[in-house]
Design a protein around this ligand. Structure first.
Ligand code: DC
Length: 215
């Protein structure tokens, strides 16, 4: 059973994916962390994100132990992740891992929840249920600001809104696997919803699709 959740940064997709996976007893994969890990590797090697060979090598030799490194969540890592994510060589390297995770959920789990930008459109086009999560750029910037403040990394609010808008533009307009809803995705706008509200709405949709009968 494959559930995909795509959407822009700070739309709430990651939190929703984690929560649904826990609730359903499914494995969870945050694919943004893969692109962030490639970015962090380049930052640590002091390589430029436009260095395609270095980015491809970083994706090929990805150290999965770095996926919970807190530096993955830094604003700079996110920006560079968005730049390397536009490189076809990097996407090709990460595709097999993501598809394999979907096909063979770790820990013998009976399903997966995978979140990202192109999961419903490219990585798992035959997924059982697809969500596309949105929220206004202003609300997403304020969530991001709160997250960074909580982590002791305060930033200028104006800068964050601009960073969110720049990242949206890059992710939506790149040639390969741009951020867009799959035709059969369920749209969920979290602008006026907290995480409990988003979770409840997702459960209603899952119920309507008959997912619980299939488990
Ligand atoms: O979801 P996130 O903010 O952690 O993702 C970081 C960047 O990685 C994002 O700006 C675009 C890229 N990404 C992608 O291109 N495809 C995915 N499936 C996931 C993330």
């Amino acid at each position: 059973m494959i559930i995909t959740i795509d959407g822009p940064s700070a739309s709430g997709k990651g939190t929703l994916a984690k929560r649904l996976a826990e609730y359903l007893g499914f494995a969870h994969l945050d694919t943004g962390a893969l692109y962030r890990a490639v970015a962090l590797s380049l930052i640590m090697q002091k390589k430029d994100p436009s260095d395609v060979a270095a980015a491809k090598a970083a994706a090929q030799t990805l150290d999965f132990d770095t996926l919970d490194n807190p530096d993955l969540r830094d604003e700079k890592t996110g920006k560079i992740a968005s730049l390397v994510a536009a490189l076809p060589d990097v996407r090709a390297e990460l595709l097999a891992f993501q598809r394999n995770f979907a096909k063979n959920p770790p820990g013998g789990k009976k399903g997966v929840v995978i979140d990202g930008r192109d999961i419903g459109t490219v990585v798992c086009p035959n997924a059982d249920i697809k969500f596309f999560i949105t929220a206004s750029p202003e609300i997403r910037a304020s969530r991001r600001l709160l997250e960074l403040e909580t982590r002791g990394k305060p930033v200028d609010p104006g800068q964050i809104l601009k960073a969110v808008q720049d990242r949206d533009a890059r992710d939506e307009t790149r040639e390969i696997s741009p951020l867009k809803p799959a035709q059969d995705a369920h749209l969920l706008d979290t602008t006026n919803l907290d995480i409990d509200g988003a979770f409840e709405k997702a459960l209603v949709i899952l119920n309507k699709t008959g997912l619980f009968q299939k488990l």
